[in-house]
Design a protein around this ligand. Structure first.
Ligand code: BGC
Length: 739
């Protein structure tokens, strides 16, 4: 008895114990010891109460550590485009700090549009440094849900419609974040492809589409990116909420992929204690909680994984095996982040980060159309530029839901252009239309007064009059971050531009032939006037340096090199989900009846010409592609095959081109897409320069997911390797055989 008390006392005291006068660290504090030993040691020192306390939130964005053992709390932050400002302990409103204004990076759609893996690393590292400086150990991002419909309000936070592109971009982002001792939290796992009924909708999808389209980016994040955490999504799959979904979390994530990190529930995504205990979730956040009303304060003890969990353990109704497993994951993440003494210190709101964001923006802006080389603007021949449209002045970093930011600064398109042209050219501005005059989110205010007394006709008349006397008209419009636009919690209602912009553009096209439309959005929009407007730019949400980056592209300081990460359909019915009447579903159910035929896979299959194709993007120079060759005509399933193509800049300006490799299975026992992206490389070329681009793939690039065998299968037969400048601008192809 006495001996036990003594042993306990030593254990309690014993964070460092002196043996024969020599200080000996507790194993969990000794970072020379293997991670698993440290985890087991810490676990063995914890009480059941302490363990349960770790498995649920204690404030809006934090969960408890173990104060007694010096194990720090978790501090999470949104994500994914910048570090969210501090909110109060138990409220969403601002804490009112004055030192939390961040650099806003371009939205992830823009990053994806860069098709540049180096940019993804720069992005991840920069935002990771910002998170680290702010003492956050979990960054709630990146988002990798697939773009299934252009109406999804959150598409701007994701990386487009293609699983290969998304997979390749997510891995360096994660590595960049985590090299700062901050965990990435890849979200939202899985099948969260709409905001309508997001907490109640059950997704019905076949296994093949699940594995080929919706899971690859998550798998790459886990296995190649080694992400330390992942966020469960709100929706249901197989009738079970994804935050505690047995099939997704236990069978696939843990068992098939071997994930050892932390599964974090999306805020308010937990609804069942037993499922949360047994189905692989680790930490519950944001519940408006069980039996309590939505938004009730200080409800943390009532969380599904709080007192109800402890009670079940105390009553002996559940054991502690699952609890230990959860705490192991949490401790592991803690040792890799807050308790990693070798991590860097980070930096925040720096010019370096702003410039990184600007470079990503420059690489991601897409030149969609440039008839008669209207762009770039030749400033030496230009006296007056008319800038029209609300998005030329509206701050876009505030709004849109959880990704909303308090940016250190944000350069508007109008200010960016003004600054760039200086006194060389006169710039006149007309608003043209009123969209969203509000400017606040959870207490962060833009400070812009966008109230407007004039009528729509008056605004139109003013726009037309400034357009008449200008050499160029730059119309900066598109969507914004208000509800039913590009924003969380709701979807868009239509593919069309809002606020009567179509009419305005139509009128402007009659007045000035040098009309440029800059679409600020994270989504495709319909462009019924497309043939009347010579130049179109996809401008995304570009963050802090938005206006500077856009100005550089407009005047040609930067040669655009972005390519679309998703298809622009002409009309909504050209998109598979809408063609089949399955968006957003009904009666809490949505059927992904299009299966694997998402995005360009559908356009190809149905032979529907998109307005702008996946992978499309022009440059101010032109590129000449050589003929693709293969290093062998036949390959065994264990072989690799290399395709090589020359590309030449045959214009007179330096530029970058994204060379895309698609693979086509010519005959197969199952229906397959006409072609699928399996490689891409962005190459920078001086005028007249030629480079050789090679892609080496193995048989996994030829395979499909066989749901019956529950395995990836590469069927012997004939294939084509196709080189394209987009999914529809095919340059050449070469056949080969898999034996
Ligand atoms: C969003 C997540 C976000 C979380 C915390 C949820 O509503 O779906 O993406 O990270 O809130 O703000």
């Amino acid at each position: 008895m006495f001996g036990n008390i003594k042993a306990g006392a030593i254990l309690l005291l014993g964070i460092s114990i002196s043996v024969f006068g020599q200080a000996q660290k507790a194993v969990y504090l000794d970072d020379t010891k293997p991670l698993t030993e440290r985890v087991e040691d810490a676990l063995s020192r914890m009480t059941v109460q302490e363990k349960v306390a770790m498995c649920h939130a204690q404030s809006k964005f934090s969960s408890a550590g173990v104060p007694r053992l010096g194990i720090p709390d978790f501090w999470t932050t949104d994500g994914p485009h910048g570090i969210r400002p501090e909110v109060l302990w138990d409220e969403w409103s601002q804490a009112g700090w004055t030192n939390d204004s961040c650099i806003a990076f371009p939205a992830l759609t823009c990053l994806a549009a860069s098709w540049n893996k180096d940019m993804a690393l720069v992005y991840g590292n920069s935002i990771g440094e910002e998170a680290r400086y702010r003492n956050k150990n979990v960054l709630l991002g990146p988002g990798v849900n697939i773009y299934r419909s252009p109406l999804n309000g959150r598409n701007f936070e994701y990386m487009g419609e293609d699983p290969y592109l998304t997979s390749k971009m997510v891995v360096p982002y994660i590595k960049g974040v985590q090299q700062n001792g901050v965990a990435a939290c890849v979200k939202h796992f899985a099948l969260n492809n709409q905001e309508t009924d997001r907490n109640g909708v059950n997704v019905i999808v076949d296994d093949r589409a699940l594995y080929e389209i919706y899971l690859p980016a998550f798998k790459a994040a886990v296995q190649e990116g080694q992400t330390w955490s992942i966020m469960g999504s709100y929706n249901l799959y197989k009738g079970q909420h994804c935050c505690h979904n047995e099939y997704l979390l236990k069978d696939i994530l843990r068992r098939e992929w071997g994930f050892e990190g932390v599964v974090i529930a999306d805020w308010g995504g937990v609804s069942n204690t037993r499922e949360a205990i047994f189905n692989g979730l680790d930490i519950e956040f944001g519940t408006w909680t069980d039996g309590l009303k939505k938004g009730t304060s200080n409800a943390y003890d009532n969380y599904y994984l709080a007192k109800p969990y402890l009670d079940l353990i105390k009553k002996g109704e559940v054991g502690t095996k699952e609890l230990d497993e959860k705490v192991r994951h949490i401790l592991r993440l803690t040792f890799l982040t807050t308790m990693n003494r070798n991590k860097p210190f980070g930096s925040f709101g720096t010019q370096e980060h702003a410039l990184a964001g600007r470079e990503i923006a420059e690489e991601g802006i897409v030149l969609l159309k440039n008839k008669n080389n209207v762009l770039p603007i030749d400033l030496t021949k230009t006296k007056r530029i008319a800038v029209i449209g609300e998005n030329a002045i509206k701050m876009m970093t505030v709004g849109g839901g959880s990704s909303s930011l308090k940016a250190k600064y944000e350069i508007s398109p109008l200010d960016g252009l003004k600054k760039r042209v200086g006194s060389q050219v006169e710039i006149v501005y007309a608003r043209g239309y009123v969209g969203d005059a509000s400017g606040s989110y959870n207490g962060v205010v833009t400070g812009q007064d966008l109230s407007e007394k004039r009528s729509a006709d008056e605004l139109l008349a003013e726009a037309c009059s400034v357009a008449k006397t200008a050499d160029y008209v730059i119309f900066v419009g598109g969507l914004n971050k208000s509800e039913n636009q590009d924003s969380e919690s709701a979807d868009r209602r239509s593919l069309n531009l809002p606020y009567n912009q179509d009419k305005l553009i139509d009128e402007l096209s009659k007045i000035n032939k040098n009309l440029v439309f800059v679409n600020i959005s994270g989504n495709a929009v319909a462009m019924p006037w497309v043939n009347k407007v010579p130049a179109i730019i996809q401008g995304w949400f570009l963050g802090t340096e938005a206006g500077n980056a856009l100005a550089e592209v407009l005047v040609g300081d930067v040669n655009p090199s972005g390519k679309l990460p998703f298809s622009f359909p002409v009309k909504l019915e050209d998109n598979a989900a809408h063609a089949l009447g399955e968006f957003p579903g009904s009666n809490h159910q949505v059927k992904y009846n299009e299966g694997i035929f998402v995005g360009y896979r559908w356009h190809d299959k149905q032979n529907i010409k998109p307005l702008f194709s996946f992978g499309h993007g022009l440059s101010y120079t032109t590129f000449e592609y050589g003929k693709v060759t293969a290093d062998k005509k036949e390959m065994a399933s264990s072989d690799k095959i290399t395709f090589t193509v020359n590309i030449k800049n045959n214009g007179n300006r330096k530029g970058s081109e994204v060379v895309q490799l698609y693979i086509s299975d010519l005959k197969s026992s199952l229906p397959r897409p006409v072609k699928e992206l399996k490689g891409f490389e962005k190459v920078s070329l001086n005028p007249g320069e030629t480079k050789t681009v090679s892609f080496t793939v193995d048989s996994s690039a030829l395979s499909f997911f066989d749901a019956h065998k529950h395995a990836w299968v590469a069927e012997p037969g004939d294939f084509d390797a196709i080189i394209g400048a987009s999914s529809t601008d095919i340059k050449s192809k070469v056949g080969f055989k898999l034996n």
